[in-house]
Write a protein that binds this ligand. Structure first.
Ligand SMILES: [Zn+2]
Length: 177
């Protein structure tokens, strides 16, 4: 996840980044602003490295595009406990309970498309094949979670259109830094 954070338009200082683990069998990830991210145990159990990377790129993109701050102003959060997660940020201090807000059901469809596109761009800047990673991961999410009524698609409105939109994106980042 560190290479993604370094290639944001507005990089989050690593010392501000904390990743919390939610005990939830659904595949999901969220973002509480201020460099605080959440992943579910379901995501860690079911996703491979590429899928985890694409999901985190999407969440990072929501932060980079200002969606998180907007959602927080709307008061759409749910307060939960969280812990640091050494699995995603190696070297983070383990298991420190802190409080945060989970943004739920508050992104618009347009913001989802934007986060997919910007997530692809951040992946590309970091040297990954962002289009393939994002398109394959969205397809995988749809297959594994699409009919469960929970998880990623409960908080990230989505259809197969998102996969098609990702495949139409440029093969290279529009801007490089
Ligand atoms: Zn999203």
């Amino acid at each position: 996840m560190v290479p993604l954070l370094e290639h944001m338009d507005h990089p989050i200082p690593l010392e501000q980044v904390q990743v919390g683990l939610m005990d939830d069998p659904h595949i999901n990830a969220a973002n509480a602003g201020g460099g605080h991210f959440y992943v579910t145990t379901g995501l860690l159990e079911k996703a491979n490295d590429d899928q985890l990377r694409a999901v985190m790129a999407h969440e990072t993109a929501h932060a980079d595009l200002g969606h998180v701050a907007k959602a927080q102003r709307l008061g759409a959060g749910l307060t939960i406990g969280m812990v640091l997660l050494d699995q995603i940020i190696p070297g983070s201090r383990a298991l420190t309970p802190i409080a945060g807000q989970l943004i739920q059901s508050s992104y618009t469809r347009k913001e989802e498309y934007q986060a997919d596109a910007h997530g692809v761009e951040v992946l590309q800047r970091a040297g990954y094949d962002g289009k393939t990673l994002m398109a394959n991961t969205l397809s995988w999410l749809q297959q594994t979670e699409g009919t469960s009524g929970g998880g990623f698609f409960a908080t990230h409105p989505a259809t197969g259109d998102r996969v098609a939109a990702v495949r139409r994106l440029p093969d290279r980042p529009r801007t490089s830094r």
